[in-house]
Design a protein around this ligand. Structure first.
Ligand SMILES: [Zn+2]
Length: 475
């Protein structure tokens, strides 16, 4: 162990809304987190689209948006048939295929777990770089422990298992102080789905997080490295009340299509694959027998009517299609249509209203930098929509039509195992904005969860690789 190295502890509060964390901090329920925030900053930043656990871990652990590195959603269809296996060629990270998430990622971009000289990951869904014992919460033994609580919806049992993971992570902090440790708390998200994002149960789970931080700080103090401990907290997505569930796969079946969708994925010759994840977003793949994706102008003759029929449903807010690798058409049933273009060489984005203003930006905007594109969306209901839609819609594993659900709606119903009253996945503010708590004053303005990763590298004294979507707020 290098006695001089810094240790960054990143706490992931899965599905915690910024306002919920803020009110618990103000109420004095989270003394250790409040003390950290007092030294640094408590703010909110945007996650990615889809705003869902799994893909939305890529920004803060890899500094990259998920679709361009192989994770377009919680569920996706593998047109190439090279990654997901026969017979369905469909991927779902809900359930046992979660173990494949690290393998589905592109090989080259590295995670914080790979870049730090030693790391530990507690319960983290994207965990490439934390091997074997250093990834408590992952592996068949942990899966066996979590099986019953998961399927019974036994949230107390789940919380008990999470505490076992916490103990293991604290054990590593005590024994060999890693350069980077991430501890993911999944209970807030589970409680939010079951009882609501503002519920007493979510507030209770925040106390678990604060108690964990208190224990980590005690270990650092006892071992004389308090001044080397940095603690940040981030979340992967927000949460929003949902009361209407539209089984969108059934709706498309009712229009006369052979639809492949979970759990009915063993279907010969589907003409549409529907991959909902979040559950307030979906990828719609048409003619899934094509091994490579076609751009929308080649599909429109046959499929524009399906696009319009879906968009007319009250459950659907936005629909996006890629007209080529750099151009996205986004539509809203009443607010009309606009075009987003990306110039990757100059790293510039544009938004052009064609028949309307679906994103509610109020103006055309050309030649925006990544930060400027973020800022023009900041006051709308769609934080970072320009950059996010330009990233995920044309991505190689993305669907031909991307759907973001209306407020109060999500897109799975009768096949969803547990009842839920809160959802996420869509581009709406409540689902996209997450808390960011850091214990040092930032030099730049944190905008996105993708900014966490390069800033973490600088804090640990490591080099920031090229090609990231995030930018550092540290100096
Ligand atoms: Zn969730």
């Amino acid at each position: 162990m290098n006695a001089g190295h810094d240790t960054l502890l990143l706490i992931v509060a899965d599905g915690v809304r910024p306002d919920v964390l803020q009110s618990a901090l103000h109420a004095g329920e989270l003394p250790h987190l409040a003390a950290r925030a007092a030294r640094g900053a408590f703010t909110q930043v945007s996650s990615c689209f889809p705003s869902v656990t799994g893909p939305a871990y890529a920004p803060f652990l890899m500094g990259r948006f998920p679709a361009s590195i192989g994770l377009p959603g919680l569920r996706w269809y593998d047109r190439s048939r090279k990654t997901a296996s026969w017979p369905s060629f469909a991927r779902s990270y809900v359930g046992p295929e979660i173990r494949l998430l690290d393998h589905d990622l592109d090989v080259h971009p590295q995670t914080l777990l790979e870049l730090a000289t030693s790391s530990v990951a507690g319960s983290t869904l994207l965990g490439r770089g934390a091997r074997g014992d250093r990834h408590p919460g992952r592996g068949w033994l942990w899966a066996a422990r979590a099986f019953l609580p998961h399927f019974r919806g036994d949230l107390t049992g789940w919380r008990r298992i999470e505490q076992q993971v916490v103990d293991r992570v604290l054990g590593y902090l005590q024994r060999d102080r890693p350069q980077f440790a991430v501890m993911t708390f999944l209970t807030p998200d589970k409680f939010a789905h079951a009882f609501g994002a503002q519920s007493r149960e979510v507030r209770e789970s925040l106390r678990d997080i604060d108690a964990f931080l208190g224990n980590a700080e005690d270990i650092a103090k006892r071992n004389g490295w308090s001044d080397k401990l940095h603690v940040w907290l981030v979340a992967d997505h927000g949460h929003a009340d949902v009361s209407n569930h539209d089984e969108i796969a059934d709706a498309i079946r009712a229009l006369g299509h052979r639809v492949l969708a979970h759990p009915k994925v063993w279907l010969r010759n589907p003409d549409v694959a529907v991959m909902v994840g979040g559950n307030a977003m979906a990828h719609i793949y048409v003619e899934p027998h094509h091994r490579q994706r076609l751009w929308w102008p080649q599909l429109a003759d046959k499929w524009e009517s399906l696009h319009d029929q879906i968009l007319a449903r009250p459950s659907i807010d936005l629909a996006a299609v890629a007209t080529d690798a750099l151009t996205v058409r986004v539509s809203h049933a009443e607010r009309g249509r606009a075009t987003i273009t990306r110039d990757p060489r100059a790293a510039r984005w544009s938004y052009h209203r064609t028949t309307g203003d679906p994103l509610g930006i109020g103006t055309d905007a050309a030649n925006l930098s990544s930060s400027e594109a973020h800022d023009v969306c900041a006051a709308t209901d769609y934080p970072d929509a320009i950059v996010q839609l330009a990233d995920v819609t044309p991505s190689r594993r993305g669907g031909d039509i991307l759907l973001s659900a209306s407020v109060g709606w999500d897109l799975r119903d009768k096949y969803e195992p547990t009842r839920h009253c809160s959802t996420h996945g869509a581009l709406h503010r409540d689902q996209m904005m997450v808390p960011l708590l850091i214990d040092a004053v930032p030099h730049g303005m944190p905008r996105r969860t993708a900014d966490v990763m390069p800033s973490a590298l600088v804090t640990m004294g490591l080099k920031v690789p090229d090609g990231l979507d995030g930018v550092t707020w540290t100096r």
